[in-house]
Ligand binder design. Sequence first.
Ligand code: SF4
Length: 608
Amino acid sequence: MVCLDSILHQVTRPARYTGNEWNSVVKDWVKTRIKVALIYPDLYEIGMSTMAVPILYELLNARDDILAERVYAPWPDMEAQMRANDVPLFSLESRHPLKDFDIVGFSLGYELTYTNVLNMLDLAQIPVFASERDDSHPLIIAGGCCVLNPEPMADFIDLFVMGEGEEVLLELAESFRTWKGEGARKEELLHQLATIPGIYVPSLYQVEYQADGLVKSITPTVSQASDCIQRRIMTELPRPVTRPVVPYIEVVHDRGAIEIQRGCSRGCRFCQAGMIYRPVRERTQSEVLQSVEELIANCGYNEVSLVSLSTGDYPDIEELVANLFQRHPSLILSLPSLRIDGFSVGLLDLLASHKRTGLTFAPEAGSERLRRVINKNITEDELLRVAAAVFDRGWTNLKLYFMLGLPTETDDDVEGIIRLVDEVCSLGRKAKGRRPQLRISLSNYVPKSHTPFQWMAQVSEAEITAKHEILIQGIRRRGIKLSWQDSKVSLLEAILSRGDRRLGKVIYRAWQLGSTFDAWDEYFDYTRWLNAFAEAGLEPGFYAHRERSLDELLPWSHIDVGVSSDFLKREYQRAVEGKGTPDCRLESCNACGLEKKHPVCQQRHSLH
Ligand code: SF4
């Protein structure tokens, strides 16, 4: 067990590293057979605000023979102290070094945390390359949305869990227990684990490239590895987390969270989550009510977030919110991901009658034409109607979220954002003489794998800068706060999210040159990445700015997320033609590929 007394007083916010928080689970280290470390590779305050680690933490700790403990990335001041004092990376619960665990699992939700993965392995005194680890090292696994293109991290991870990890992890633990009892080699374990649906062992596949740099083939090298790895999808949602660890210091989302539904059927073409978490599965209202009850009792929260990709689409959301307020009159409810279409004035009235949180809407694009291209079919009238209703009910703060660099975007679409913001602003001024406080948030579009735009090029940095200029000139005025994202950050995200296995060399070199916490402005340094690319003989533009042909073998083509390539191509074509595709929950099934694979879809498909 690691002793921290000599270093904790020398670092900022030491409570990030002390553990022992309310609801944390400390099991008997010696008596528990399988020890799992669950890692979110970013700062404690970020990691404690995400959903994946708490779900797996509760699930694994419910088993008598498994213990699960948390690990987050130490901030650079702590890292410096740990290295200077030879303190290896340790878990929060028992403070055991990471290298003493059986399984170390990373949750990868953002590509710009990749160098932190390498840094954490190194800080744990575990070799970063899978090929350099032996039977004495823990099994290093990873899951999360990023791993649906696992190739850039293939050199560092022993196996990836594709899709919903709740069932897979228990199956993996079962095989691990048997293997541990037999004392066999790790190679045999990996062969065995490769047979579990949803598990991808990258070292069991050979990737070949053509002379022009495109992927030529991805071939399993042993019989246990299948040609195609299918994402695991649970038929029913697991029990919600109602006893999460409550941090002692303020974190990004300082509130309870209940996942009310998983998946989204709206079909926005830019949205990877909307494609890879299909189909939609809802919790019953009574289960949500019961879970919120337990969450408040177990954690003492007075604010709860109803989490979903599209919370307003939850059936009878108004009734649910009314019931929650009736049972907990002082509850602050946060409803993230509200859509403008489908947003009801009744829901707004309910929210207005209690303590309010800020409202955020995402029109995404400045014109109806471009919104049809991305299949976010919101009309300007709908947007203005909702904005007027929001201001009329006393809200003065409103956040609008737009993306720049969407496929087919023109300067007129960008100027459409200015026109829209002007109209929303004047609606706010009209509402009982209040001065509206608008916050306009701009992000740069990053084409993602497994979406209809996976073949498209990301626009160049120069084009993004020109778009920023148009908006800075047109929008900055009193009461309107404009924020935008560094184009180099989104460029790196675009490279890593659609990269191939050769990028492992670049990630490794960028980390060696000092890259960690790339998602943080104060630590992001694109020059290091350019140097790493140059040394690896690779070209960033090949990954970010290249339009792919529809028949190219993509680096993630051996990963089947459920949505078929034919569906993505159809959607790509409809985008080019500016045609929308209706929501499959409201109209007919669009046969996206899941219609034969999942009971929810089989039912919906047969209805039409
Ligand atoms: S198979 Fe049909 S119902 Fe299921 S997610 Fe796809 S389009 Fe929707």
